[in-house]
Ligand binder design. Sequence first.
Ligand code: KIV
Length: 267
Amino acid sequence: MHRTVKEIREQKGNKKIAVVTAYDYTMASLLDRAGMDILLVGDSAAMVMMGHDSTQKIGMDEMCLFTSSVAAGTSGALVVADMPFMSCQSPDAAAKNADRLVHAGAHGVKIEGGCEMALHAARIAEHGIPVMGHIGYCPQTGISGASKRCAMSEGAVSGLVGDALALEEAGAFALVLEMVSAEGAARITDTVGIPTIGIGSGPACDGQVLVGQDMLGMYERIRPSFARRYRDLASEITAAAAEYRDDIVSGAFPAPEHGFSMKGGTS
Ligand code: KIV
C-alpha cells in the first residue's frame, strides 16, 4: 500500500519524513524497498540522468517518462513529480500539466516558487491533485553565480515565512525548503501546519530529501556540501564493469553455466 498524503501530513511532529529522488524503475524499486516515505521524480533528472548543466533543460514529455518508470517500481512510497521549467506559465497550464504527471503515475506534484505560485498551487489542488511547494533556493529560476544561501537575514526569513503561509493557504500538503538557513527553516517549520522537507536546510525540518545519485555517490560532476554520501557507488560500478571487461578479454566469462549445449536436447 502506498503512503497517503494524510499519513505524510500526520508525520509532522511525530516521525521524520524520508524523501529521495528517483528517475527509473530499477532504482525506484530498490529505494522503495528501503522504506522511503516519498520518492521524488525531481527535475534534477535533467542533470543526473540526461547530463545537462541545469534543471531547466527538461520538459513535460521527459518528466512523464521518468514518472511512469518510477511509478512502475514503487509500491510503498508516495510518488511526487516535479513540475518542470515553463510548465506553470498560468494556473490553468499548471493544472493541465499536473494532470499529465498524475496520468503518468504520480500521486502528487511539486512546484517551485513562493507567493507568486500560490494561485497555481491552488488551481492544481482544486483539481484534487496533491501539491507540494518548493521555496528557498529554486534551481529553475536561480541565477547562476548568485549565492544559493537563503534566509540569511530577519527580513529574508519573514519573506519566506510569508511564502510558506501563502502556499499552505493555497492547499500545499508539504513544502521543500532548499538552502534555507537552519534558523529560517526552524521558524518556517514552527509556523506552518504542513510538513517541511529540507535540503541543505538544517535539522529542524520535518523531513529531509537528497538527490539519490548524491546520496549513493554516483554523480561526480557536482558534490553539494549538504549531501552525505552513504556509499561510493561510482567506484563500485566502475570496478565491477572493469572486472567484467577483463573477464571477457581473458575468456573467464562466459563460463559453461552461462550457456547451454545441444546435448540432451529434443527441439
Ligand atoms: O529536482 C530535485 O531533485 C529537487 C530537490 C528538492 C531534490 O527538487
